[in-house]
Design a protein around this ligand. Structure first.
Ligand SMILES: *Cc1c(COP(=O)(O)O)cnc(C)c1O
Length: 443
């Protein structure tokens, strides 16, 4: 692209549209609302196209993020703050290191709650804190979590003035350390343990967000992976890692991504769509087979989530699927681009055990699904190098990893500090009325 064309492109404001009726929004409106009014998800009306050579070899992750996201912020009231938002969000690195001769691991778990969701949550909080609120009322951020989102959002919004977070998680279906983290914040962050699955929690949040009566009394937004403010920053580590790889190897980076709601996977697809040097992208799922069944030719059929060892991926109705369809235009085009594979709990255990004893590698159960899919790719005769995305630190899942690895997992400092605090969560029935009543009683 010529410089003149590039700069003209940068100057025109980016418009976001709903995946359903095409309603338009500016960036800050899309981020503030979470879900579009018609229940759809916001996507860029047109993907910008970035010039790889505009990124410098000495760029930090925060620099890469700023360059990458500039066209998405073009013409928006948040544009002047983009640099600060990126510096705040990307204060910790996403290192790439070798796992074996032709496999690398992109570690996304060096943030305060030890999972990749810290990036999205911190970026979203930094954006939300800068949005004007006309009536001066406190905004409540609802977040349904299968474990890691809630903690990341709680940490990112803790003690932010004018904002409150209500976390909904499936009671008994998150790891003990995850549950502790969810309830440890206090102040403006409250945890509700729901008698149901993650999909139930997600359903309650969606119902509340489109409940006009409730919204008029308790202004609501969401922080789920449907939120544009979480998706956009997740593109940045893929851009940064793939640009470094491309400079060194003159080849695109192929990725295997542990996948649940498809937020992290979609961010990689978007990063590639804007021109980052990313090659093939494969999704590793656990025993929840909605995406694998779709990719092998079946219709998209959401199903009930089943509980697995990789609980942050226990999703039967991946919330970003509408964005996947919107990106490719048709189901066949989605399928032609890649695949999603299912990895069961037995294989997850086997991978964790083998890598701990043969390679001295401790893997979280989510990362283990991607390592297994990477092994299958090699077994199928593909000799190219691949990068596996490590989405959480194994210490978050000590009760699973330690017995398999037959040793203790060192706990990162930030996680240890959270575990030392007290923790509490209120019970909630799994129906929309119960959440409606709770929010009315706690405006
Ligand atoms: C959330 C999460 C995933 C799944 O990411 P999606 O964006 O929902 O696909 C994978 N691994 C871990 C550790 C997570 O917390």
């Amino acid at each position: 692209m010529s410089a003149a064309l590039a700069s003209r492109h940068d100057a025109s404001p980016m418009v976001f549209v709903s995946t359903r009726d095409g309603a338009e929004a500016a960036l800050h409106e899309a981020i503030g609302a979470g879900l579009a009014p018609d229940g759809g998800l916001y996507v860029p009306r047109a993907m910008p196209s970035l010039d790889r050579s505009a990124f410098g070899a000495a760029d930090t992750l925060a620099d890469t993020a700023r360059r990458l996201l500039t066209p998405f912020f073009a013409g928006d009231m948040l544009a002047p703050a983009l640099d600060d938002i990126c510096r705040h969000t990307f204060g910790f690195d996403a290192p790439l290191r070798a796992l074996d001769a032709d496999t690398h691991v992109l570690e996304l778990f060096h943030g305060p709650t030890a999972a990749f969701k810290d990036y999205g949550a911190r970026f979203l909080a930094a954006c939300m804190a800068r949005l004007p609120r006309s009536d001066g009322r406190r905004l409540t951020i609802l977040v349904a979590t299968s474990g890691d989102t809630g903690a990341a959002v709680g940490a990112a919004f803790h003690r932010q003035p004018g904002l409150r977070v209500v976390i909904l998680y499936p009671d008994g279906r998150v790891a003990a350390r995850q549950a502790h983290q969810l309830g440890c914040f206090g102040d403006n962050v409250q945890a509700l343990r729901v008698a149901g699955s993650f999909d139930d929690c997600q359903r309650l949040v969606k119902a509340a967000l489109v409940d006009r009566d409730l919204q008029s009394r308790v202004p609501l937004s969401s922080a789920n992976s449907i939120s544009l403010g979480r998706l956009l920053p997740q593109m940045a580590y893929y851009a940064h890692a793939s640009l470094a790889w491309w400079r060194e190897h003159d080849a695109p980076m192929n990725l295997v991504i542990p996948t649940g709601n498809l937020g992290n996977g979609l961010a990689a697809l978007w990063a590639r769509a804007v021109g980052m040097p990313i090659g093939d992208i494969r999704f590793a799922c656990n025993a929840n087979r909605t995406l694998p069944a779709f990719y092998t030719g079946g219709p998209y059929v959401p199903r009930d989530a089943v509980a697995t060892l990789a609980n942050a991926m226990d999703v039967g109705a991946p919330s970003n699927f509408e964005r996947l369809r919107a990106l490719f235009g048709s189901d066949d085009a989605v399928r032609a681009d890649g695949f999603a594979e299912s990895v069961d709990d037995g294989e997850i255990r086997d991978v964790i055990r083998r890598y701990a004893s043969n390679a001295d590698e401790l893997l979280c159960p989510h990362t283990a699904t991607a390592v297994r899919v990477r092994e299958r790719i090699r077994l199928a005769g593909d000799t190219r190098p691949w990068t596996v995305v490590a989405t959480a630190h194994p210490a978050k899942f000590d009760s699973i990893v330690e017995p398999l690895a037959a040793r203790s997992v060192p706990v990162p400092r930030a996680l240890a500090a959270m575990l030392e605090r007290g923790s509490q969560a209120e019970p909630l029935a799994s129906d929309a009325d119960a959440l409606h009543r709770w929010l009315n009683a706690h405006p």
